[in-house]
Design a protein around this ligand. Structure first.
Ligand code: CO
Length: 418
């Protein structure tokens, strides 16, 4: 059972180098589980019980409960991860190397992108308006670190990277310069002239990998936050007959602040909930009452306490790897967790028989944030921030605990069903 679930997580991670690839993967899972794609027509209004709507790198899925809609249970997570995106005119040749120019997306640990065998994935918008995804996971690019002989103090002083000069990726040598758009067109088996615009990024070509002599860990790119996306969608699929209407909202652009047409600060969730309520026959007033009674679990990976840096955590609020999901609390509202929303999630963990932990950052350490406070602010819904503990957050390759993945899946399923 656990092995099946973990191979599903690995499958998702390896198939989803970009948010759009993740949305495509999730949509295929939902379709196979009997959910209807309501993206392009009025099928939502025709009272579809199980459905989803895709919008670029975001997707919202729902299952109508057996009771009349008087509240929603919502799980939110994000589809994007910090990375290096290919610039629109990326081709450059320098001292015998053919390079791709990149733009930094979000806040990656830049050193983690050096000396890796990188693949390239993205999508192109064609002249006829269609969007085509492409992905090359055979390693074709590399950003090499300067040799220690040419940077003698790097181990003492720390690595200093100039973000404009030192991150270009090499992807060919020799007389003939490759052309990125031509390459993307060849991947899509179309003519380069058909591509009007594209978005693409580098990714670590190494697949997700179980590790530890006890096989207790999973290493991969994009665990933050595809691990939560997997647990949320699995909980929705694995709760076939809930009493209350369940919703999963997976948003792009969290790593850059969520303010976009498809981000958590946009209207996507609000509009979808209102459409679901209207299709269920609710008046505007009944819909607003339902929002008041609703709750939201914002799932985004948490910082596990690091074996070499235990002092970076408050010892009583330091999530331990494979000890269960962490509730994230910040009284300054960088996390949305309230006493009542915390109780909702703790109740779900207890019903699922999984442990939970508490994370509060040290007073002298600035605290991150999530889509939780944004959702709580936009919709006025009581929200709890929770996460699978992990190390190396925002590295090209992160690591989390296998038991924690399973526990989060169980806790979210219990939230939907109880
Ligand atoms: Co995150």
């Amino acid at each position: 059972m656990t092995a099946d679930l973990i191979s599903q997580v690995r499958d998702q991670l390896d198939s989803s180098p970009t948010p759009r690839h993740l949305v495509e993967f999730v949509a295929a899972r939902l379709t196979a589980a009997g959910f209807t794609d309501c993206t392009n027509d009025d099928s939502l209004e025709n009272n579809i019980k199980n459905g989803f709507i895709e919008r670029a790198g975001s997707i919202i899925a729902w299952r109508i409960g057996s009771e009349i809609i008087n509240q929603f249970r919502i799980i939110g997570a994000h589809t994007d991860s910090p990375c290096l995106k290919i610039k629109p005119r990326p081709d450059e040749t320098r001292v015998g190397w053919h390079l791709l120019q990149v733009e930094i997306y979000g806040g990656p640990l830049l050193n983690s992108w050096l000396d890796r065998d990188l693949g390239i994935a993205g999508h192109a918008v064609l002249r006829d308006g269609t969007v085509k995804l492409f992905s090359e996971s055979t390693p074709i690019a590399r950003i090499s670190q300067l040799a220690i002989h040419l940077d003698r103090e790097v181990n003492e002083r720390g690595l200093i990277l100039d973000k404009q000069l030192h991150l270009s990726a090499a992807w060919a040598t020799g007389e003939k310069s490759p052309d990125f758009v031509r390459w993307a067109a060849s991947k899509l088996q179309i003519q380069p002239e058909q591509i009007l615009s594209f978005e693409a990024q580098l990714f670590d070509s190494a697949p997700a990998q179980i590790l530890g002599v006890d096989q207790s860990l999973l290493a991969s790119g994009r665990l933050d936050n595809q691990a939560s996306c997997w647990a949320a969608i699995s909980a929705l699929i694995d709760s076939p007959s809930p009493k209350i209407t369940n919703v999963v909202a997976l948003f792009d652009h969290e790593e850059v602040g969520s303010s976009s047409a498809t981000g958590a600060a946009g209207p996507l969730l609000e509009h979808t909930l209102e459409r679901i309520a209207a299709a269920g026959g609710l008046s505007r007033v009944e819909y607003l009452r339902a929002l008041n009674k609703s709750s939201c679990v914002s799932a985004d990976n948490a910082h596990a306490v690091h074996h070499n840096y235990p002092d970076r955590h408050d010892s009583l609020h330091a999530p331990i790897i494979n000890h269960g999901p962490a509730l994230k609390i910040n009284s300054n509202q960088r996390y949305a967790t309230s006493s009542s929303s915390a109780a909702i999630f703790i109740r779900a963990c207890e019903a699922a028989n999984v442990g939970h932990q508490m994370f509060v950052s040290k007073n002298n350490m600035p605290c991150g944030t999530t889509i939780g406070p944004i959702t709580a602010t936009r919709l006025g819904i009581d929200t709890v921030d929770v996460g699978i503990p992990q190390l190396s957050m925002h590295s090209a390759r992160e690591v989390c605990g296998i038991d924690d993945l399973i526990s989060m899946h169980k806790a979210l399923t219990s939230y939907f069903l109880n």
